[in-house]
Design a protein around this ligand. Structure first.
Ligand SMILES: [Zn+2]
Length: 317
């Protein structure tokens, strides 16, 4: 247990947006998430150098989940440490670290099917370019696993799936600082304007658990998210703001489930159509979503796909 630990946020560029990595200053320093393949040289190394820290010294690379903007730089960071860092990833998403083609498979199932073939090809090329070559994880973690960073500083793994199927939150023991990254989406990314939720049922449960059981004193998020009023908040959320952010995340989830249920009940498994928003045009209109779903990453299709799947499963029962 410890009184305080220095954490350095590192904003990594990703297309028109960005993703946060966090350096934890411990005897065995850890980097939580890694941006994309170019982030190691472009941002991580220089931000650490500005703080008098050498990237070579990182001993743990902790990945909250397998999305390209969090895992894409893992191999490049690992190489900068001379292969000495341990790479840790949730067990359910280790395949995404081993083989970047798995990202293309996921892309096709979650959003690719809603866009034209030529856009799909463009997206797949971007994905492969932003992810380093595959690498074997040192450790595949599950709920309750503990990692020691030395000098009494330790981390507990809490499974918080939903944003992706295997997302985890790394909690700094004693301080109750939770590195949740994308497990908490509030009202969605500042640029995307809608949360990214692959599995709404799991997402809901994870938020409830964070709110009632884990009760972090501080949240470290993966992006600049917006809140209910449209304001964009800091990715580091403190004290009483934590429960507000969690409650607002649940609030938007409930709204999305209701709207999708109302628009798609009766044809939750219906096919695609020609609108820019695929089979979800009337939903986009109701929630005032005006983003361009032909951009990558497209939270809109991933999330609509998730709620539609949940609705179809409910209707089967
Ligand atoms: Zn993500």
């Amino acid at each position: 247990m410890t009184d305080s630990v220095r954490v350095i946020p590192i904003e990594c560029k990703f297309g028109p947006t960005s993703a946060y990595a966090y350096y934890i200053d411990a005897p065995e320093p850890a980097l939580i998430d890694t941006g994309v393949a170019s982030s190691a040289s472009q941002e991580i190394e220089s931000v650490l150098a500005d703080n008098g820290i050498r990237i070579e010294g990182i001993r743990w690379i902790l990945l909250t989940h397998g999305h390209v903007d969090h895992l894409g730089g893992a191999r490049a960071v690992w190489e900068k440490t001379g292969g000495r860092a341990e790479i840790v990833i949730p067990k359910k998403e280790a395949r995404l670290l081993r083989d970047r083609n798995e990202h293309v498979v996921d892309y096709e199932g979650l959003q690719g099917k809603y866009v034209a073939p030529e856009i799909q090809e463009k997206h797949k090329a971007i994905l492969v370019n932003d992810i380093g070559e595959g690498i074997e994880p040192s450790m595949e973690v599950v709920e309750g696993d503990k990692l020691s960073l030395g000098d009494g500083i330790s981390i507990t793994v809490v499974e918080t799936p939903g944003h992706s199927i295997g997302s985890v939150t790394f909690v700094l023991d004693g301080l109750d600082w939770a590195f949740a990254a994308d497990a908490v989406q509030v009202y969605g990314g500042a640029k995307s304007g809608i949360p990214t939720i692959e599995e709404p049922g799991l997402y809901r449960q994870s938020l409830q658990r964070l709110l009632q059981e884990v009760r972090p004193k501080r949240l470290y998020l993966g992006h600049h998210f917006q809140v209910a009023g449209g304001e964009v908040i800091s990715p580091i959320v403190e004290e009483e703001q934590v429960s507000i952010v969690l409650q607002e995340s649940l609030e938007l989830d409930a709204k999305l489930a209701e709207v999708v249920g109302r628009h798609l009940s009766g044809n939750a498994t219906s096919g695609e159509n020609d609108s820019l928003y695929g089979p979800f045009a009337s939903i986009a209109e109701e929630i005032s979503y005006t983003g361009d779903p032909r951009n990558l990453p497209c939270a809109f299709f991933v999330t609509m796909n998730g709620y539609r799947k949940e609705l179809a499963a409910l209707q089967k029962k």
